[in-house]
Each structure stands twice: as structure tokens, then as C-alpha cells.
Ligand binder design. Structure first.
Ligand SMILES: [Zn+2]
Length: 363
């Protein structure tokens, strides 16, 4: 199999367009057409992880955190990240990262944390705006259903828990074919009127090119009349963090113990502001920027990591902050990525790292 195949399925799940602007998720080293038969999945890439890939014979490492994050102006092995990269290059081990794009999709990092917390049907905490487009296409009545189905199959028309969403309004289209045209309906040189539908569907930016291709392939006209609009609606399935309700309210003490049991490490938390908690918000990785959003949706507890001392004061007796550690809250991402790849390629070797890359020890 080629590296390109792995990348295609990963980016189908977590499109690069959904990463944050500061991020660097993508193929960081390697050639897409290189052949491989084993991939190693990890949270971080350290020199020890590259050694592990070498020892196990993996030709590609897929990690959550990008090995190259800021700009590289030299590569001399002055730190572990550079030594890892040099070793990967020398041994032709491809390096791929899916980071905030995997945080921001509804079946990614935060969905996995939600599963571990036992919360059913979680929602995105801060849905993202600016990634939805509206496609309007004019289509003769006889082709409206088949064209709709082609657009849906290419990924258009999804709203929350519904698919095959569209709006159709009837009207009359007019056109006159020039001498160079090859019209499927109407005669060259004479004005033609056709009963048409104005068909409207929502499309995610990342799926737009595929949807336009499907539109061109499945529309009967030589020239397709269509319009694309940027819309401001938030995408319910894409964005930062998640929230949901526990099946039953429990004491914060009991919930904190459960967290500790599930994620290990050390739980740093603020004072409980009510006897029982039910609504939980969470964000894998460093999620303190979502605290006010968690308060706004009425969360009783916000689970994340990397809170600074002064940020704990911001709980302000309105919410309980539980900082469980960055490695701890993202540790299950390794299994999540591996499981996804194994489902897509049942006969291909997907290895989970056996090395913990957590740089923090606890006394
Ligand atoms: Zn992280």
C-alpha cells in the first residue's frame, strides 16, 4: 500500500481544513507514493518513538502532536525533536500528524474522551463558523432527484442528525445555445424555456470540491448554472470541546474519583460549587480557552488540562475545573487512530506505540 492511501482515509475522517490556524497537521516528512506495510501510531514523536518504528519495521509514524510545529531554520540535532526528525529522514520513515483537525471533528479526540466519561450523545462545545457553504444549482425537473442523490452521496446536505437535506423551489429557466454549444435540451440559436428546480444544499468547505465534481458529472446540461455562498452558520459537528449530561447526577467527589480511575495521573481541581453534578464539558489537550463557553452552556464541571494557577480562580464558584493532565486526557487518542485505521485496512499492520511519551512524572 502507498502512504497516500493512509493519508486519504485519515483526511477523510479529519480534513486538514479543520485544523486551527496555528497548527501544522499534515504529512511532515515522506513521499506519498512510497510503499509501506506497517504504520506506528503515537501521541508524540520522540527519538525513542522513531527507534521503536525502526525496531518494529514501521515505515510511517502517525502521531497526534506534530513533530514540526514552528518553522525549522536549521536541523542539527540540538534537541530531541530534531534528533527524532533526523533519524526519521535518514531511515526514510514518513511522519504524519493529525492534531487539531482530529480535536475538531465529532468522532475525534473529544468523542473518545466522552466515551470514557460514559456520556451519550455529546455535542460540540464551541461549534465552528465559516466552514459551511451553500450550493445552489438549477436543474431540470426530470433530473432533480438523481442530482440530489449524487450531491448527498458526495457529502452535501447534512445538518446535525439529519442527512439528505435540501430545498427545492420550482421556476422557469431560459437559455439560448450558441453555435459552439452542444445542448442536451433546446436548439442552437433559439431561446429555450425549461421547467427547472432551484436546488439548495449545505456543504462543508472540505467536501466542496468533491460535491462540485459530482454535480458536474450528474447534471444533464453542458453548462451547469450554479452559485456558491459563504454562510455564517456554525457547523454543529465541527469545533472545539464537547459537552453532555451524565445519565444520573452524582457527587463531584465520586465523579473526580472516576476520572482519576479512568485517566490516571493527578487530578487538580477547584472547589465544588454544588452537591451534585450532571452536565460535563471537556476538551482534549489544552482547553482553558473554553472555560467561559463551558460556563455559558451551564456545565457543572469542565475537564481539560494545562490550566495556569490564576486560571483556576476563574471557576469563581460557578463551575468545577478538573485539570487531569495533557498526556492523560489524550492518551486514548493513540487507540482511537489505530482502531480507525484497522477498520479501514483490516489486512494492514497498525501498531500502537508501547512507549509512554509523557514527559511529566508525579511523586
Ligand atoms: Zn495535545
Amino acid at each position: 500500500m502507498q502512504i497516500a492511501e493512509i493519508i486519504r482515509v485519515l483526511e477523510d475522517w479529519a480534513p486538514l481544513a479543520y485544523q486551527e490556524s496555528y497548527d501544522n497537521s499534515k504529512l511532515l516528512f515522506g513521499q506519498k507514493e512510497s510503499e509501506l506495510d506497517q504504520v506506528l501510531v503515537s501521541l508524540d514523536i520522540t527519538e525513542a518513538i522513531v527507534d521503536e518504528a525502526l525496531q518494529k519495521g514501521a515505515q510511517m509514524i502517525v502521531s497526534h502532536h506534530p513533530l514540526i510545529f514552528g518553522g525549522l531554520k536549521s536541523l542539527t540535532g540540538k534537541n530531541d525533536a530534531e534528533r527524532a526528525l533526523i533519524k526519521a529522514i535518514q531511515n526514510n520513515i514518513a511522519i504524519y500528524a493529525l492534531h487539531t483537525n482530529l480535536d475538531n471533528v465529532s468522532s475525534g479526540v473529544n468523542a473518545e474522551i466522552g466515551r470514557r466519561l460514559g456520556i451519550a450523545n455529546p455535542k460540540i462545545l464551541a461549534p465552528r463558523t465559516g466552514i459551511l457553504k451553500k450550493l445552489v444549482v438549477f436543474v431540470p425537473n426530470s433530473s432533480v432527484q438523481s442530482l440530489s442523490e449524487a450531491l448527498w452521496a458526495a457529502g452535501a446536505g447534512n445538518i446535525g442528525n439529519y442527512d439528505q437535506c435540501s430545498f427545492r423551489s420550482e421556476g422557469k429557466g431560459t437559455f439560448r445555445a450558441s453555435a459552439k454549444a452542444n445542448p442536451s435540451i433546446g436548439e442552437i440559436g433559439s431561446l429555450h424555456q425549461e421547467e427547472e428546480f432551484r436546488l439548495e444544499v449545505l456543504v462543508e468547505e472540505a467536501k466542496l470540491s468533491g460535491v462540485l465534481k459530482a454535480m458536474q458529472l450528474n447534471h444533464p446540461y453542458e453548462e451547469v448554472a450554479y452559485e456558491i455562498y459563504a454562510i455564517e452558520n456554525a457547523h454543529q459537528e465541527i469545533g472545539s470541546g464537547m459537552y453532555g449530561d451524565l445519565a444520573e447526577a452524582i457527587s463531584s467527589e465520586q465523579f473526580l474519583k472516576q476520572i482519576k480511575q479512568t485517566f490516571g495521573g493527578v487530578v487538580r481541581y477547584t472547589q465544588a460549587h454544588k452537591d451534585e453534578i450532571k452536565r460535563i464539558a471537556w476538551c482534549g489537550g489544552s482547553g482553558s480557552f473554553l472555560l467561559s463557553r463551558a460556563k455559558a452552556i451551564g456545565a457543572d464541571l469542565f475537564l481539560s488540562s494545562d490550566f495556569k494557577y490564576h486560571q483556576f480562580f476563574e471557576a469563581d464558584n460557578q463551575i468545577l475545573i478538573a485539570d487531569i493532565g495533557h498526556y492523560e486526557n489524550e492518551q486514548y487518542t493513540i487507540g482511537l487512530i489505530a482502531e480507525y485505521l484497522r477498520k479501514k485496512f483490516p489486512n494492514f499492520a497498525v501498531l500502537l506505540t508501547e512507549n509512554s511519551t509523557n514527559p511529566i512524572n508525579y511523586l
